[in-house]
Write a protein that binds this ligand. Structure first.
Ligand code: SAH
Length: 463
C-alpha cells in the first residue's frame, strides 16, 4: 500500500493554495468544507475565487509564488499551470516536511486527495493511488447512488444516543445487535425520508421499553416499479427491494424488476392469473398488515407510480389505521414512461398547455367521465386501462366536439423491449387496435403532441 488513508483535522489551520484558476478553486472548496483557513497565492483569480476573496472567506495574496509563502502553513496545494513552478513548490515543501499535493501529478505529491462521498459526518474517501482519478470518480458515482443522501443524519442520531445505548446494553454483543437492528429497520428509514422527530421518539421508545421491541416492528414499503424498464427504478426503490424480506407483486411488474429483489426474499404473487381472480384488494391490505405484524420488512411492488391509478391509497389505509410504519416511493408512471419512449412530449408550448390522466375503467365498470373537460383545446389526454373501451371513448370524444382527425397513439408495453407504437387519429385508432390485436398494458395518448412522434421518436426496441 503506497498511501496511508487518514482524515486530517485542519480546522482553522492555515493551508496554502498556489494558483487562481478553476482547479485551484475546487481544492479551495474542499479545504473550506473542512473549515481550514485558506490562503491563495496567484497573480490573478478566477471569478469563483474572486468572490471568496471579496467576501473575506479566503486570504488572497496577489503575486507569483514565493518561498516565504510556505512559512507557518499546515499543508500546501500547488495548482498552477506552470509545471516548473509546481515542481519547485513540491521540492521546497518536502524540504520543510510540509505535506504537499500537486494537482494531477502524483509523483510530486506527498499526499493525494481522494474522491469523496460526503454524508457528513460520514465520509467515504476513494483513492486509486493516483492511477486513475476517472475510475475513482466512477466508483464514487456508484456509491453515491447506493447510500441514502441523509446517511449523515443517521450517524448524528447514533452519536446522540451512544451513551444511553451503552448504559442500556453494557454488553458489547447486545449493543452491536441493537444498533444493527436500528440501522436496518424502520428508524433508519424514517431518517432517510426526513421524519427526524418520529425517528427520535421511536429510538427513545426502544430504550425506555422493557422489552426489546425493535425486533418486533415490521414495516411496509409501497414502491413504484415504473413502467417496465428496470433502469427507470429510483435509487430508493432499488435499495428497499434489496432490503425487504417479503415482496408482494402483480402482473404489471416486469419479471426483470422482481428479479432485482433480495435473492432470499419471499415472493408473493397477488395479481390475476389467466382464468383466476386476483387477490381481492382487502386481502392484499390485510396480508400487508399481517406480515408487518410478524416483524417483517414488506415490499409492495406496483407498476408505475403507486398513487396514479394504482390503488396505492387503498392499500395503505389499513396500515395507517393499524399504526404500522410505511413509506411510499414514487415511480415513473406509465404516462411519462410511454410518452418519453415514444417521443411524444405530453406538453408543448405550441400544442398542449394541459395534460389530463384518466382511466378508461372505473370502479363500478362505467366510463362516466367529465367530457366537457376532456374536449378542451390545447390539451393532451392520456388514458390508462383504455383498450377495452377504446371504440366508445373515441366516438364520444368526436360526438362531443373533438375533430376526428385529432392525432392519437397506442403504446403497448412501453419502455420494454416489446414496446410497440401505433399512430392514427380519433377516427382510425379503434380499427388500428383491432387490426394489431392490441392488449393491455397499453397507453393511449390523444392530442396534437402525437404529431411530434414522427420527428422525436428515438427508442428502438430490439426486433
Ligand atoms: N400505477 C400505474 C398504472 C396502473 S393502471 C402507473 O402509474 O403507471 C394499469 C394501466 O397502466 C394499464 O392498463 C396501461 O394502460 C398502463 N400501463 C402500465 N404500464 C404500461 C406500459 N409499460 N406500457 C403501456 N401502458 C402501461
Amino acid at each position: 500500500m503506497k498511501y496511508l488513508p487518514v482524515f486530517l483535522d485542519i480546522t482553522i489551520t492555515p493551508c496554502l493554495v498556489v494558483g487562481g484558476g478553476v482547479v485551484a478553486a475546487r481544492k479551495v472548496e474542499q479545504l473550506r468544507k473542512a473549515n481550514a483557513q485558506v490562503i491563495v497565492v496567484a497573480p490573478k483569480l478566477c471569478p469563483a475565487l474572486s468572490a471568496l476573496a471579496d467576501n473575506q472567506l479566503i486570504t488572497y495574496i496577489c503575486s507569483d509564488f514565493n518561498e516565504d509563502n510556505l512559512q507557518e502553513k499546515t499543508l500546501v496545494i500547488a495548482a498552477t499551470d506552470d509545471a516548473a513552478v509546481n515542481k519547485r513548490i513540491s521540492e521546497l515543501a518536502k524540504e520543510r516536511n510540509l505535506p504537499v499535493n500537486v494537482v494531477d501529478n502524483p509523483e510530486l505529491c506527498s499526499f493525494i486527495m481522494p474522491s469523496v462521498v460526503d454524508r457528513d459526518p460520514v465520509q467515504i474517501a476513494i483513492s486509486t493511488g493516483g492511477a486513475s482519478p476517472v475510475l475513482a470518480r466512477l466508483l464514487r458515482g456508484r456509491l453515491e447512488s447506493l447510500i441514502p443522501s441523509s446517511y449523515g443524519n443517521l450517524a448524528q442520531l447514533m452519536q446522540k444516543f451512544r451513551n444511553a445505548v451503552k448504559a442500556k446494553y453494557p454488553d458489547m454483543q447486545h449493543r452491536r445487535r441493537y444498533w444493527e437492528n436500528v440501522l436496518q429497520g424502520p428508524i433508519a428509514e424514517m431518517i432517510y425520508v426526513g421524519q427526524q422527530k418520529k425517528a427520535l421518539s421511536a429510538l427513545e421508545k426502544t430504550l425506555s421499553d422493557d422489552a426489546d421491541t425493535i425486533n418486533k416492528t415490521g414495516e411496509v414499503y409501497l414502491v413504484g416499479a415504473g413502467p417496465g424498464d428496470p433502469d427507470l427504478l429510483t435509487f430508493r426503490a432499488l435499495r428497499l427491494m434489496q432490503q425487504a424480506e417479503v415482496v408482494l407483486y402483480d402482473r404489471l411488474v416486469a419479471p426483470v424488476i422482481v428479479d432485482l429483489c433480495r435473492k432470499d426474499a419471499e415472493r408473493i404473487y397477488v395479481g390475476k392469473k389467466r382464468n383466476q381472480h386476483a387477490l381481492p384488494q382487502e386481502d392484499i391490505s390485510q396480508l400487508l398488515v399481517d406480515l408487518a405484524k410478524q416483524g417483517k420488512r414488506v415490499l409492495r411492488l406496483k407498476g408505475g407510480d403507486p398513487f396514479i391509478f394504482g390503488r396505492g391509497g387503498e392499500e395503505i389505509e389499513l396500515l395507517a389505521a393499524e399504526h404500522i410504519p410505511f413509506q411510499v416511493i414514487p415511480g415513473v408512471t406509465a404516462a411519462s414512461g410511454c410518452a418519453s419512449y415514444a417521443g411524444i412530449p405530453l406538453t408543448h408550448r405550441d400544442y398542449a398547455h394541459t395534460c389530463v390522466f384518466i382511466t378508461g375503467h372505473l370502479k363500478d365498470g362505467s366510463t362516466d367521465l367529465n367530457w366537457e373537460t376532456l374536449i378542451q383545446p390545447k390539451q393532451t389526454i392520456v388514458v390508462y386501462m383504455g383498450v377495452m373501451g377504446l371504440e366508445l371513448f373515441c366516438r364520444e370524444l368526436i360526438t362531443r366536439g373533438l375533430p376526428n382527425t385529432m392525432p392519437a397513439a397506442l403504446i403497448q408495453r412501453g419502455t420494454t423491449p416489446q414496446q410497440k407504437v401505433h399512430i392514427g387519429d380519433l377516427a382510425t385508432l379503434p380499427e388500428i387496435s383491432k387490426q394489431h390485436d392490441i392488449k393491455p398494458p397499453t397507453m393511449i395518448i390523444i392530442g396534437e403532441v402525437v404529431k411530434l412522434h414522427e420527428s422525436l421518436s428515438w427508442f428502438e426496441p430490439p426486433a
